[in-house]
Design a binder for this molecule. Structure first.
Ligand code: UT7
Length: 331
């Protein structure tokens, strides 16, 4: 009998309406469109505005779209994993909020925090349950409301991040499609370069932590850049090599959208030309766990059954990895 695999059978996405342009950022911090465009590739990003609007709002919208497109009854969903570092609350899990709102009354659900690699960590986890024959319908969501943890007086971070969420549905198949292979890594020594100091159990919120602006993303950009270029490129090459994938047999590179220069370096390393690299960083910026599912959402109509996709990410932790997916359907 053929091996049971987890096929991606549907995609959903959501980005908020509000567009924060480079021009508007020029009025907020000492920066300019030319610097942002040439250093990052970003032109604009989406921001979720309004009171009481958590990341769940975007996750729910993405999942509802995907359920409608795939004509899936939410009661059939077994598991929902929400990859995010900006949950609605520390607890309960945002995935629980999504499950109840969409009517997934037979599911269990949990959040997964692996920063920019969150979606590929969650994808591998969801796929494992399917491959083991335990569950038949798993929703994997990746999304972040980065605007909730960004200091809009810090020009080194506020120009990069945006808000958005995407999701996929995983179902079992015995065809030679779906999530084929992955390599995931983490290295806690990356903490010093990219973190949010306060608000966790080590440094709970106090008046001082707020006054000292410690509830925002802290990043040593150029150090993270170097680790990202090396590790994302290396792990992508490893997954490609061990699956005998070459530049000719990979149809799409699906890289985390942190910086166009990191994406270009990864593509070069695997020998993939620009026309085969999914890219939407210019419109959404870095949505952390949202970038990869939002790429699949944006490019879904161009994907064909049997296409080889190489997903790759690097982020806070450090966390990084690559996943080989063979696309399972024609839109
Ligand atoms: O997704 C999670 C993982 N994160 C990443 O992968 C991000 C990786 N890092 C990066 O993408 C880049 O390091 C940044 C985009 C964050 C920064 O680009 P960079 O080319 O590494 O710039 P830099 O930090 O080395 O700064 C170069 C100069 C500095 O000025 P001096 O010291 O040379 O005079 C900065 O002060 O650019 C200055 N600068 C800015 N200038 C205009 C920094 N931010 C800005 C800005 N506008 N927004």
């Amino acid at each position: 009998m053929n091996k049971l695999r987890a096929a991606i059978t549907g995609v959903g996405g959501y980005v908020p309406d509000y567009i924060l342009t480079n021009k508007e950022l020029e009025t907020m911090v000492d920066t300019n469109d030319e610097w942002i465009t040439s250093r990052t590739g970003i032109k604009e990003r989406r921001i979720l505005k309004g009171e009481n609007q958590g990341v769940s709002v975007m996750g729910i919208a993405a999942v509802k779209e995907m359920l409608a497109k795939t004509k899936t009854d939410p009661k059939e969903i077994d598991l929902i994993i929400f990859a995010t570092v900006t949950p609605d609350m520390t607890f309960p899990a945002t995935a629980n909020i999504v499950a109840t709102t969409i009517g997934a009354t037979n599911a269990f659900s949990f959040d997964m925090g692996a920063a920019c690699s969150g979606f590929i960590y969650a994808l591998a986890t969801g796929a494992s349950y399917i491959q083991a024959g335990i569950y038949k319908k798993v929703i994997v969501i990746g999304g972040d409301k980065m605007s909730s943890i960004i200091d809009y007086t810090d020009r080194t971070t506020c120009i990069i991040f945006g808000d958005g969420a995407g999701c996929v549905l995983l179902e079992p198949t015995t065809e030679e499609v779906g999530v084929i292979d992955w390599l995931l890594r983490s290295d806690g020594s990356g903490e010093s370069y990219l973190h949010m100091k306060a608000g966790g159990s080590r440094m709970p919120a106090t008046r001082e932590t707020v006054d000292n602006r410690q509830h925002f993303v802290y990043q040593e950009g150029s150090a993270v850049f170097k680790f990202a270029v090396t590790n994302m490129a290396d792990i992508s090459a490893q997954v490609a090599e061990r699956n005998h994938l070459t530049a000719d047999t990979i149809q799409w590179l699906v890289p985390h959208q942190a910086n166009k220069r990191i994406i270009d370096a990864t593509a070069n390393r695997v020998g993939i030309s620009e026309d085969k690299v999914m890219m939407n960083i210019e419109r959404y910026g870095n949505t952390t766990a949202g970038t990869i599912p939002l790429l699949l959402w944006d490019y879904e109509k161009q994907l064909k059954k049997g296409d080889n996709l190489l997903l790759a990410a690097f982020g806070g932790g450090f966390t990084w990895g690559a996943v080989y997916v063979k696309w399972a359907y024609n839109s």
